[in-house]
Ligand binder design. Structure first.
Ligand code: UDP
Length: 483
């Protein structure tokens, strides 16, 4: 038993993660924390075409349940538009979650006090818990500023529009925000977007408590403001991934991919680590745009040209969907021999300047001393992981919360800089290579690196005994016990 497991609580937590990689990872970390604190845990996994490898974590008082949709067909996220996916998951999972909870309550967990812990975007869990009178705690997996900003825009009926009035409204809250930092959503179905965002807001503001994957020290003023407008207590305990990496049995991410992809990921992992081992400290540009961004072939090609031109070493995780689309080497136009070679070359070849893989073990990569900067889409997990390791960011946000996160990274915390784009926001090889140079070699880059290292200390302090995240976690454990 983990040394932190002081008491065998009577409380059993039923955790409902969302089957998107950036949402699943923090919930699995939370499962690991709760289990180490002595709670029984059941993870309810939404059935989709792919399953997390985390089922191998099952052990003493740590269980799994699978949730099929009412017609057994829940889409796997990347194939459909995100808002449609969320709509479908929430509609299709509701009745099977009710059956699941009732089954647990009458069977295996009949003597235990239940509490549901759900990702805010799995709002069906809130409806079912309320029906069955089971207390519920919500997990928020993005920056507080995004939630506050969206709530404000919603109140003023600006959602999901990008109007002048909306920009002014958000500047009242966060003065440094500009029009281009505004959250971006798919415009094809504004009603669905509005409905989903309203439900997410409702399922957050009516929970018994809110667990936030952020740090008090990062977003103090906004957390304070939010707490004064919401009744559930907020527990900022992040960065969550650090709790999981402390537990050797659960150090590696769960993957949302099928078995053969898992084998390929392990192959990629070995390649990445030996590639990084063969290069000097701070010399490699790590590039990844997360699990959902889909790059066009021309964007991939322009990225490749920019990386080729900049002369720096690089490790590029192109993403499984891009990699599967005809093979990595073929993404690169003919003539870019350097990159084709990088994809095919053995990682130990000393002259190799770049390595292209489908999927990188990101936390391990960012913690590796050879990484000098991270070209990122600013998903919140990637951003937290980078700040935890003191790695400066080259920010290239896409949709949703990524723009506001990039705004904080570049203009509030100043631990990264914006990737220069052309007048239409498109990629251009010269601007890419100049941006990388500024961050890796210039005076500006050195200043950013200094602040990134200070940020790393801030995160370490928050997680240390008596630090703000540790204290918040202790209070959360006590709070849940009393529910
Ligand atoms: N990730 C990874 N390897 C990759 C790309 C991503 O391990 O090659 C992980 C990354 O560490 C992060 C998550 O996938 O924890 C992506 O979440 P994030 O919020 O950054 O972006 P999203 O995928 O949700 O857009």
């Amino acid at each position: 038993m983990d040394e932190n497991r002081k008491r065998d609580w009577n409380r059993h937590l039923v955790l409902v993660p969302c089957p998107l990689q950036g949402h699943l990872n923090p919930m699995l970390s939370l499962a690991s924390v709760f289990h180490s604190k002595g709670f029984g845990v059941t993870l309810v996994l939404v059935q989709s075409s792919s399953h997390p490898a985390a089922t191998s974590w099952a052990s003493d008082d740590f269980f799994y349940e699978s949730l099929g949709g009412s017609d057994g067909s829940i889409p796997s996220a990347p194939d459909v538009d995100l808002m449609r996916f969320l709509n479908e998951v929430n509609l299709k999972c509701k009745s099977s979650f009710r059956d699941c909870l009732m089954g647990l309550r009458m069977g295996r967990l009949r003597d235990r006090k239940l509490c549901v812990v759900y990702d805010a975007i799995m709002y069906f869990s809130a409806e079912v818990s309320d029906e069955l009178e089971i207390p519920r705690v919500v997990l928020r997996t993005s920056i507080v500023a995004n939630f506050l900003g969206l709530s404000m825009l919603n109140q003023k009926a600006y959602l999901p529009a990008q109007e002048d009035g909306a920009v002014k409204a958000i500047q009242e809250l966060i003065p440094s925000m500009r029009a281009r930092d505004m959250p971006v959503f798919d415009k094809s179905c504004p009603e669905a977007t509005e409905r989903v965002l309203a439900q997410i807001h409702e399922s957050t503001s009516t929970a018994s408590a809110i667990v936030w994957n952020t740090l008090q020290t990062l977003e103090q003023a906004l957390l304070h403001r939010l707490q004064s407008s919401l009744s559930p207590p907020i527990f900022p305990i992040g960065p969550l991934h650090k709790y999981r990496t402390r537990d050797p049995r659960r150090r590696h991410h769960s993957s949302l991919f099928a078995a053969e992809t898992g084998a390929r990921r392990e192959e990629d992992r070995i390649k990445c680590v030996s590639f990084l081992d063969s290069h000097p400290p701070g010399s490699v540009v790590y590039v990844s745009t997360g699990s959902l961004v889909k790059l066009s072939r021309s964007e991939l090609a322009e990225m490749a040209r920019g990386l080729a031109d900049c002369g720096q070493r690089f490790l590029w995780a192109v993403g499984l969907s891009s990699a599967d689309d005809g093979g990595i080497a073929q993404l690169i136009p003919s003539g870019e021999e350097l990159l084709c070679a990088a994809a095919d070359c053995h990682p130990n070849a000393p002259s190799m300047r770049g390595l292209v893989v489908a999927w990188a073990p990101q936390e391990e990569v960012l913690a590796h001393g050879s990484v000098g900067c991270f070209w990122t889409h600013n998903g919140w997990n990637s951003t937290l992981e980078s700040m935890t390791e003191g790695v400066p960011m080259l920010c290239w946000p896409w949709v949703g919360d990524q723009k506001i996160i990039a705004g904080f990274v570049t203009r509030v915390w100043r631990v990264g800089l914006e990737l220069e784009c052309d007048g239409n926001g498109g990629l251009e090889r010269g601007r890419i290579s100049r941006s990388i140079e500024r961050l890796m070699a210039g005076e500006e880059g050195r200043e950013i690196k200094k602040r990134a290292l200070e940020m790393k200390e801030t995160v370490e302090l928050a997680l240390s005994d008596g630090g703000c995240s540790s204290q918040s976690l202790s209070k959360l454990v006590d709070f849940i016990q009393l529910l």
